[in-house]
Design a binder for this molecule. Structure first.
Ligand code: GTP
Ligand code: MG
Ligand code: ZN
Length: 370
């Protein structure tokens, strides 16, 4: 079966094509890309037998759920390429397989440490957005940058709302020295020219994801790049309401430039990462103190030169505060360990599956079956 020549416009590449040698399409199956996800409902794009672009609502097959029920990271997310089977009328489909990802990032669920969920898959570039107003915070940027580096895609830092900052130059310089080699741009929705430099990243078939805290202007930028008001943005009146975020699900859009853009909801939705962020801000004094301990791996117990013990003695740090830090810290470490173990297990499973596939192929080859 020959594939649609339009697939590369949605980001299809040789990397995915090669996977079809191991798992060829069966009768009636098509290649599709996930363009939106809301819980277990997926919206997909594919090309029908007349090679026309078709959107459909898709669900995972029972067999897929059964086989991958334990490992959330194997479930599809926005940007994933899947093998699916459309129903006869074409507007609904069943997802059978998720192709191996070239890059991805996931969120850990706060309440349930064993669960992690794909935020965006198969992305080439991450626009890490942080506003240049009073919300500017280098530590938070660091956290987003570590998600970005882990994903396998290349980050670009955007200082948004530059119009709300008297002088953006010092911030630019600070970010540049902190993240050497990462492109940094100051942009403002009120100044279309500030968006122009971003267009060099928006090459046809390349996928870009917008990442950053709620309210930094991701969807506003998305609309400017889409050249139309397609994404819902926060009401001006609601701008002080930090409790809610405007974008509630992740979606992929085709830009006029031919690039693909994924908009994501803000930080709160990023689960545990957010908790850790809040934690670090909450106990900034203690984290600063602990950097002053003589030994880098100080347990803040009986070590000589411990800045925490000294602060407890002098009264600078109360015992109550130190204890609440310790209990939260223990909890977070525990959650982190559990999640890491689960992720490692899923990674091993994935490689096992790939190896098994190869073994089957070799066997078939030796028997002259392929
Ligand atoms: N002054 C100024 N306001 C901006 C700019 N960009 C966005 N805003 C405003 O900031 C608010 C939040 O913008 P959104 O685009 O909805 O933010 P978001 O990052 O998509 O937020 P979530 O969807 O909640 O994650 C809106 O009221 C925008 O009008 C900018 O460059 N300058
Ligand atoms: Mg938004
Ligand atoms: Zn110490």
């Amino acid at each position: 079966m020959s594939l649609s020549t339009h697939l590369p416009h949605w980001g299809w590449s040789a990397f995915f094509n090669a996977q079809l040698e191991l798992r060829p399409l069966k009768e009636g199956e098509v290649i599709a890309r996930i363009i939106n996800q809301e819980r277990d409902l997926y919206r997909i794009i594919y090309f029908n037998h007349e090679d026309l672009e078709q959107k459909a609502v898709a669900q995972l097959s029972g067999r897929f759920r059964f086989e991958h029920g334990e490992s959330q990271l194997e479930f599809p997310g926005v940007g994933d390429w899947v093998i699916c089977q459309p129903h006869s009328h074409g507007e609904e489909a069943i997802i059978h397989e998720v192709l191996q990802r070239r890059s991805c990032f996931y969120r850990k669920e706060a309440g349930n440490s064993m669960r992690a969920q794909i935020v965006a898959a198969n992305i080439d570039m991450i626009f890490v957005a942080m506003s240049a107003n009073q919300d500017f915070n280098l530590k938070r940027l660091d956290r987003y940058m570590s998600i970005a580096w882990d994903s396998g895609a290349s980050p670009v830092i955007l200082l948004t709302k530059a119009d709300l900052c008297d002088d953006v130059e010092p911030l630019l310089a600070e970010v540049e020295t902190h993240h050497v080699g990462v492109p940094v741009h100051a942009i403002s929705a009120t100044d279309p020219e500030s968006i122009e430099p971003l267009k060099t990243y928006l090459q046809p078939g390349k996928s870009v994801v917008l990442l950053g805290s709620s309210g930094v202007g991701k969807s506003t930028l998305g609309n400017l790049l889409l050249e139309k008001e397609q994404l819902k943005t926060q009401d001006i009146r609601a701008a002080d309401d930090k409790g809610k975020h405007t974008t509630t699900s992740r979606s992929l859009y085709q830009l006029p430039s031919g690039a693909l853009l994924i908009d994501t909801p803000g930080m709160r939705e990023l689960g545990l990462l957010d908790h850790q962020a809040g934690f670090e801000d909450l106990f900034e004094d203690i984290l600063t103190l602990s950097q002053q301990c003589r030994f880098g791996d100080c347990q803040h117990d009986t070590e000589p030169g411990c800045a925490i013990q000294a602060a407890l003695e002098s009264g600078e740090l109360t015992m109550e505060r130190w204890e609440s830090f310790q209990s939260l810290d223990r909890e977070l470490r525990y959650v982190q360990r559990k999640t890491d173990a689960e992720l490692a297990r899923q990674e091993r499973l994935k490689w096992k599956k790939i190896q098994q596939g190869l073994r089957v192929r070799l066997k078939m080859k030796s028997r002259g079956e392929i």
